[in-house]
Write a new protein. Sequence first.
Length: 296
Amino acid sequence: MPDVSHGTIDAMRAAVLGTGIMGSAMARSLAREGHDVTVWNRTPERAEATAGERISSCPSIADAVGGADVVFTMVYDAASVLDVAAEVVGALGPDAVWAQSTTVGTEGMRRIAEAAAQVGDRLLDAPVLGTKQPAEAGNLLVLVSGPAAARTHAQPAFDAIGARTLTVGDELGRASALKLVSNSWVASINAATAQAMGLAEALGLEPLLFLEAIRGGAADSAYAQAKGAIMASRAWDDPSFALDSVLKDVGLMIDAARESGFPDELLATLLALYDRASERGLGGADMSAVRAAFDR
Ligand SMILES: NC(=O)c1ccc[n+]([C@@H]2O[C@H](COP(=O)([O-])OP(=O)(O)OC[C@H]3O[C@@H](n4cnc5c(N)ncnc54)[C@H](OP(=O)(O)O)[C@@H]3O)[C@@H](O)[C@H]2O)c1
């Protein structure tokens, strides 16, 4: 347990399982804030590349998790969390908390909670909003639901990776529901930006004129400007959020919408657009590559 006294927090030990775009950045934020970090990744070279001051890479999940106060899972999807769940549960210390941050959707979080029933009072549903740059800067928004004592325990780690923590409730799955809702907005404005820039081109306009037209107005958004600029130059090879990850998330949104009887026409269209760009070989590119779905 971290010692919280007189407003200061002793360093805690955090483990990060999965050192992709987000996990490696989160590990660096934790280390920068003075916490000792152990990392593990399925492909060990990627964990070794994340190692540095206060970050050590571990060859096994048990090595990374044993002795940690807070354990983050930041892998790909629910199946990949379930692949590591038994080892996490087996190695989790008696006072340690597991913060599950991978985007897994509501049904995925339910299956993970089932697999982690043995440590259920110390499992948190803790997805994050924000992409590579906010993750590198420790400026994510952490959405969290789960037992109150576990939330309090993990808060110093959330403060290290995030600018803000939004508590969604005591029930696991609520934070994952809000994550899907928020990503439906992100997937929509990204695809809508691609549509507007493609339509501009089809009508014989310089596409950047669209970004100029909305700049500073009520319909502007930092996201449209940032992703629109990448779309204009098609410089989407270095992903902040990979297109196939968005495709995975839109699939989770459709599952959740159908389960609750919510109309899914717009989500289905988004799925078709991201899928078309992925089929064109752009699954590993940044999500802004959805612009290619509008190429004739
Ligand atoms: N990038 C963003 O903007 C963003 C923002 C918020 C949330 N997210 C979510 O955060 C999660 C991570 O995203 P990311 O962008 O960091 O993805 P990423 O760069 O593709 O990293 C994925 C990570 O998952 C690991 N992995 C995949 N399958 C696995 C398995 N079966 N067992 C163990 N590990 C496995 C990968 O290991 P290998 O290196 O061995 O392949 C890698 O470490 C995803 O759920 C994503 O939807 C992303």
